[in-house]
Each structure stands twice: as structure tokens, then as C-alpha cells.
Design a protein around this ligand. Structure first.
Ligand code: ADP
Ligand code: MG
Length: 724
């Protein structure tokens, strides 16, 4: 590989294997492969995780206990000690030339080999004081070797593969030398239109690539990062906006008539006025529904914000025009609960039926899940195909091929985060005449707006940012109770049960959510039954206690829920099946056992079962968190009832991969950009993408960008992008 005259594309960079680089060779190649660094492209986008400024190093003697610092040290000696229970401790005495300190590692036997006397390393950690001597426990150790320069990149490295930050810096410098010439830095193709770059005063890609790895100043680093972050987000947005437009131009939808007689009758019969937020969202949805292009809209609203009514309005609009509506929930229990609630909301509504005596018949709302009996299933399938079923509520059983609709006008998908994109696509193929139903996706787990824009880039977004009036805020307590409920209850627990009983004495009701057992539903049910029995015999003795879990037959489930709703039960002991959809305003106490085992979103959902009426509500989180994350989740819930705020914390704790889900895995991963920290850039990139695609929808004037999109697209996207 000599010096290149033709600029290289991202695709080219991913076709050159690292083995071709001087100094790599077959053995190192294997090590790099373990780190997923296979091509020059991988190597060049293996960005430094931080930088070390040689001119700003800390000295051990200047540091106070609790300070976080980066120190360049030399190893003096390293010892391994065996502890009880087959554990080991490695301690290493290091010096910065002036003073010494100790590094301590537990159960990292290999540190003994790594930290040989004489080795130079950079350690990053928190200064502690151990018996009067400075110490760091489990610091980050980087072996940067004898790199020159004032600012040294520190790379994510792999101890296991034996690849140090210094090795990586060497290989990357070599890769840059081969691809980006320093003086004429133009040998990586820049796919971003030059006006987009100049409007934002951004570096070209080659320069940015060079500077992020070999900066001379801190400004170099920040300029390069700014450009490369924009690269990632712009690419993503162009792909998303393009897909959205593609769908819009190729799909034929139903142009509904909004605010028809059924919708007006339904809204008119509600015992309360719609909130402004609901009115606004329904307005946005109505405008979509009236267009001949299928709607793809996301409805975001915190727990209890009243999304159900908005969903029902969208389904009824379809029925008003002689079409059908469907609601798809992620679990059977949720489908059952939605069915109960929606059937009640729609009671008494009539639809035209020319063949009947009075010219009308009752609006038909059916439930279709895998638990539906064979006879019912047959009847419902016939009703859907013949048009006698107006609204169907179900799970992904609705997606089965056998389910054919007379004319599916709108679909509501609840809790999109548990649904795959393909499932959404499958539902769109239900109409024989080729029309595509309007799709409304509801999420009760609020996703920060920019993240939503990215994840659901092909969806428009409506937000219910206001709760119905008359709610009283929920007060949340953390009860630290070691173990589960075994043994003598600690004082706090006793107090909790006493308060629960006091509120029941005042006529209120309560939920107790049993520990989550991920491994198996069977174990979870067993534990719920055990908890139920114990509570009924002890803490809740004398109260009317019911039990609810996923394995209870549907009819019994309805019976239990009805009794609770009617106030015939004081306390409902339950697994997480009550997470969404249960709506009993008189229930004001929520107890969640082993709360640290639940995720933030789930806790927020569960807590949202109370605080639905005018009475003050309480949520008790019983937990002795064993991890820092567990503690943070509890703290977050105690500190906030705002779903958007909690979603942000969640994003922080879990990282963004979980939010991006399946779709963004693989090559398309964001390496530098963060949806949380680079919100303005997400918005900016989206606007730039829209502007570009307005001018050049097919990207015919931007072949390099088009090629890069195809290269980065997931298999799913690829078909469309190649086609488009
Ligand atoms: P979400 O699905 O968004 O969590 P729901 O649709 O279940 O919320 O509504 C929560 C509760 O608020 C229900 O009891 C519902 O009847 C009530 N509700 C909805 N809209 C209003 C409104 N405009 N005014 C008063 N209460 C409302
Ligand atoms: Mg709901």
C-alpha cells in the first residue's frame, strides 16, 4: 500500500485489514480482532477515551483525600496476597518521582504480572487515605509507553488481549500516515456537503480524524470532536428522514374524516373535559388522519396523563368512516386490561347497521389474544374480516396471517419499546386493498425528546405534557429492609404497614408489588403466592387481601380486578402485571418489595397506579440495594415524580444502547455522539438533513453520502436504501 492519490471512502477504509499496517502482523492482528478492530476503518474510529496533558500532571503530595486525579507513575514493587474465600489482593507501590503511593486491586490476579517494577503508567482514580498513606483502589491504569507530544491520547484498551493504549496510538498513527497526509489533509472522502460544513465552521473529515488522534492543542480535540459527532448524527438523521419520506411517497393511506359523530358522542359523554394537552394531541392526530398519507406518530405522555382517551379517539375516527381500529399491547394482561377499560369507555355507542331493524347496532369491541377460546376466536376473526367487529384489542396475536380485516383504518400500538420495528411493519399489511392504516404509537415511558427524534426518526411526535387536574403528588419513601420479609421486621417496615392499615381504615386501598424474579415466571408466581400468604397472615391480617399474577386464569383475573375496583378488596398483592392500565383512583398506597430489582421506568409505571384520585398517595420502596445503580434508581424515584426527568436519569444509568435498541446495533453505533449530551447537535443535524433532502431527495448530487448511508445501514434499512 503506497501513498494514495485517490481519496478513500469509509467503505474503502473498512476493506483494508489492520494486518496491512507496519508493525501489526498476524499475532497482533488476532489481539486487535478480539477488540473488534479488524480494518483501518475500525481503528480510525477507535477514538481516545480521554487525553493526558503532560503539562498538567498532578503530584501525589499535592492531592487531598477524595480528589480525583491522573498521575504519571513508575512502579516500585508489586505484591500479591491471598485473602479469605479464594480472593486475592494485588498491591503496587508506585512513585511520581517525589512521593509514593499504593494502588490496590481485588481479584485482579493479572495485575501482578502487569505492574512490573520499573513500568511507567498513568493512573486515574480517587485519592484515599489508608492508615495515613495515600492510596487508590482499582484505579484506571493506562500504559502509554514513551509517547511523545504534549497531549497524549488514551485509548480504550484491552488487558486481556494485551493491547495497550500506547500500541493503539502507534497503529492509529500509522493508519493515519497511510490515509491522511498531514500537510494536504484530504485523503479521506468528505461526504458532507461543503455548505453544511461552512455554515457551521467545521473541519473537513480528514483533518478532524487526524486531530482527534494526534492533537497539538485542546482546541484541536474539541474541534475534531464537534465535527465527528456531527458526522454520526447527520448520517443517522439523513437515513431516518429519508426513510420517512420514502414511506410517505409510496404508501397510500385512508383519508379519514376527523371529529365524526362517534368521536363527538364519546368525548361529550366523558365525565370531565379533555385537558389542553389531550385536545392539542388529538388535533395533531386528526390532521394526520385526514391526510391521504398514512400517519406514523408517537404519542408520549407520562403515566396517568390520559393517553387512552387520545388512542380511543384515533380508533373511533376510523370507525366513524366505516373502518376498523386496533390496539396492540405488549402482553396479554395489558391487552385484557385495555379491553376492560376501553369497553367501559365506549359503552352505549352505536354504529350504523342498515340491515338491522333500528338501523344501528352497538359498537363491537373485542379482545383477541392467544388465550382467547377457539370458539371466540372464530367469531372474532369472522367479525374482523366481515366488518362486524369495530375495534379489536390484542397482543401480537393480531399480527398472525390468519387475522384479516375488513378495512383496518387505524392502529394504536401501546408501549412501543417492547415492539420491534418489523412488527409495526407487519401490521401495516393487513388491508386487502393495499391501503396502509394510520399508526399511533403510545409510550408511557417518556423518552427525552431528542432521543425520540432519533430512535423514532420516522415518526412525528405528540406530547401530553400535562396531567389531568386534581391529582395530588405521590410522596415516595425508601424503606431500608435487609433481605426480604424474613425475620423480625425492622422499625421502618412496621411503620410502613401501620400507615397502610391506617389508610385502609380511612377507606382507601393499597397495592403490594412482589419481588421481580427475572429467571422464571413460575418462580415469580410461587414467590408472589408465598408473599401473599405471609402478608395475609401477619402484616395485613384482618384486611381483605387479593392476589393477582400472570398465571391466574383470565376470568378469575377479571373477578379479582373487579372486586378490587369495587372496593371489595382492601389490598391487592400482585406481580408486575399491574404495571400498566390498572386504574383505581381510590388506591392510594403502593408498596414495592425488593424495589431495587426493578428498572426506573418500571418503578415509575408501578408507582403511577396510585396518585390517580384526589386523596394523598404514598409509595414505599422496600429495598437494601446491593449495587450503586440500584441505590441510584431508588434515589431517583424518591427524588422525582416527573417521568421525563426519570427517563433522563435512566438514560444516564443504563447508557444509550438500551434506548437505541436493536435497530442501531452494529456498524451504525454512535461512537462519539451521545443523544443525551449532544441534543442541540441532534436537532441541528436533523434540520440539516431535512434541508439537504428537500434539495436533493435521492442524494444524486451527493453520491459519497449515499454510498456511506448504504454502508452503515443495518440489513433492515439496506433493502430500502438500495432501492431508494
Ligand atoms: P395513561 O394511559 O396516559 O397512563 P390513562 O389514559 O390511563 O393514562 O388515564 C389516567 C386516568 O386519568 C384515568 O383514570 C382517566 O380516566 C383519567 N383522565 C384521563 N383524561 C382525563 C381528563 N381530561 N380529566 C380528568 N381525568 C382524566
Ligand atoms: Mg394507559
Amino acid at each position: 500500500m503506497g501513498s494514495r492519490s485517490n481519496p478513500l471512502s469509509v467503505r474503502d477504509l473498512h476493506e483494508i485489514e489492520v494486518e496491512k499496517l507496519r508493525g501489526v502482523g498476524p499475532k497482533r492482528k488476532d489481539a486487535l480482532q478480539k477488540m473488534d478492530l479488524i480494518t483501518l476503518g475500525d481503528l480510525l474510529t477507535h477514538y481516545p477515551r480521554r487525553y493526558l496533558d503532560r503539562t498538567r500532571q498532578a503530584a501525589i503530595a499535592d492531592l487531598m483525600e477524595g480528589d480525583e486525579a491522573t498521575i504519571v507513575v513508575k512502579v516500585v514493587r508489586t505484591d500479591l496476597r491471598r485473602l479469605r474465600g479464594n480472593r486475592v489482593m494485588v498491591t503496587s507501590t508506585v512513585t511520581d518521582g517525589q512521593s509514593r503511593m499504593t494502588l490496590t486491586f481485588f481479584n485482579q490476579r493479572w495485575r501482578e504480572r502487569q505492574l512490573q517494577p520499573g513500568l511507567e503508567a498513568i493512573v486515574f482514580g480517587k485519592m484515599e487515605n489508608f492508615r495515613g498513606r495515600p492510596q487508590m483502589t482499582s484505579p484506571v491504569v493506562d500504559l502509554v509507553g514513551d509517547q511523545t507530544g504534549k497531549i497524549i491520547p488514551v485509548y480504550p484498551q484491552s488487558e486481556k488481549a494485551g493491547v495497550t493504549s500506547a500500541d493503539l496510538a502507534r497503529y492509529i498513527a500509522e493508519a493515519l500516515r497511510r490515509t491522511v497526509t498531514n500537510d494536504d489533509a484530504r485523503s479521506i472522502i468528505d461526504p458532507i456537503p461543503s455548505c453544511v460544513l461552512s455554515d457551521r465552521a467545521m473541519l473537513d473529515r480528514s483533518t478532524a480524524m487526524h486531530r482527534i488522534h494526534v492533537p497539538e492543542t485542546h482546541e484541536h480535540v474539541s474541534e475534531a470532536r464537534r465535527r465527528l459527532i456531527f458526522d454520526e448524527l447527520f448520517r443517522m438523521q439523513v437515513a431516518l428522514v429519508r426513510r420517512k419520506r420514502h414511506l410517505e411517497s409510496t404508501q397510500r393511506g385512508v383519508a379519514h374524516q376527523a371529529q365524526g359523530p362517534l368521536v363527538r358522542a364519546f368525548v361529550g359523554a366523558l365525565p370531565f373535559p379533555l385537558t389542553n394537552a389531550q385536545r392539542h394531541a388529538i388535533g395533531e392526530i386528526d390532521r394526520d388522519l385526514e391526510r391521504p398519507v398514512p400517519m406514523h406518530r408517537l404519542l408520549q405522555g407520562d403515566v396517568g396523563s390520559g393517553k387512552t382517551l387520545v388512542a380511543v379517539s384515533a380508533m373511533l375516527t376510523a370507525v366513524d368512516g366505516g373502518h376498523q381500529g386496533a390496539l396492540m399491547a405488549p402482553t396479554e394482561v395489558l391487552a385484557e386490561q385495555h379491553h376492560l377499560g376501553i369497553r367501559r369507555l365506549l359503552e352505549g355507542l352505536e354504529v350504523p347497521e342498515p340491515s338491522s331493524l333500528l338501523g344501528t347496532r352497538p359498537l363491537a369491541v373485542e379482545l383477541l389474544t392467544s388465550r382467547t377460546s377457539a370458539a371466540d376466536r372464530k367469531r372474532i376473526l369472522a367479525g374482523l374480516a366481515g366488518g362486524l367487529t369495530d375495534i379489536v384489542i390484542g397482543t401480537h396475536a393480531l399480527l398472525q396471517e390468519k387475522v384479516q380485516f375488513h378495512s383496518l383504518g387505524s392502529i394504536v400500538i401501546d408501549e412501543q419499546h417492547r415492539f420491534g420495528v418489523e412488527q409495526r411493519a407487519a401490521l401495516r399489511e393487513k388491508n386487502a386493498d393495499g391501503t396502509v392504516p394510520d399508526v399511533l404509537v403510545m409510550t408511557a415511558t417518556p423518552i427525552p425528546r431528542t432521543a425520540a427524534m432519533t430512535v423514532y426518526g420516522d415518526l412525528d411526535v405528540s406530547v401530553l405534557g400535562e396531567l389531568p387536574p386534581g391529582r395530588t403528588p405521590i410522596v415516595t419513601h425508601h424503606v431500608d429492609a435487609p433481605g426480604t420479609l424474613d425475620g423480625e421486621p425492622p422499625l421502618q417496615l412496621e411503620q410502613m404497614w401501620a400507615e397502610l392499615r391506617a389508610s385502609v381504615a380511612e377507606g382507601r386501598q393499597a397495592y403490594v408489588v412482589c419481588p421481580l424474579i427475572d429467571e422464571s415466571e413460575k418462580l415469580e408466581v410461587a414467590s408472589a403466592e408465598e408473599t401473599y400468604q405471609r402478608l395475609a397472615a401477619r402484616e395485613l391480617e384482618g384486611l381483605r387481601v387479593g392476589l393477582m399474577h400472570g398465571r391466574i386464569p383470565p376470568d378469575d383475573k377479571d373477578a379479582v380486578m373487579d372486586r378490587f375496583r369495587l372496593g371489595e378488596l382492601d389490598v391487592l398483592v400482585s406481580t408486575t402485571v399491574i404495571e400498566v392500565g390498572v386504574d383505581v383512583p381510590n388506591a392510594t398506597t403502593m408498596v414495592i418489595l425488593d424495589a431495587d430489582r426493578f428498572g426506573i421506568a418500571q418503578l415509575h409505571q408501578l408507582r403511577g397506579r396510585v396518585g390517580r384520585g384526589a386523596h394523598a398517595s404514598m409509595c414505599w420502596l422496600v429495598a437494601s440495594p446491593t449495587t450503586a445503580d440500584g441505590q441510584s434508581r431508588i434515589d431517583a424515584l424518591v427524588g422525582s415524580t416527573d417521568g421525563f426527568e426519570l427517563a433522563e436519569v435512566d438514560l444516564d444509568l443504563r447508557g444509550e444502547g438500551t434506548i437505541l435498541g436493536e435497530r442501531q446495533k452494529g456498524k451504525n453505533d454512535l461512537k462519539l455522539a451521545s443523544l443525551r449530551h449532544n441534543r442541540e447537535v441532534v436537532v441541528d443535524a436533523r434540520n440539516a438533513a431535512i434541508e439537504l433532502l428537500d434539495d436533493d431527495p435521492e442524494l444524486s448530487a451527493h453520491p459519497a453520502l449515499a454510498d456511506e448511508l448504504v454502508f452503515f445501514a443495518s440489513d433492515n434499512d439496506e433493502a430500502f436504501l438500495l432501492k431508494g
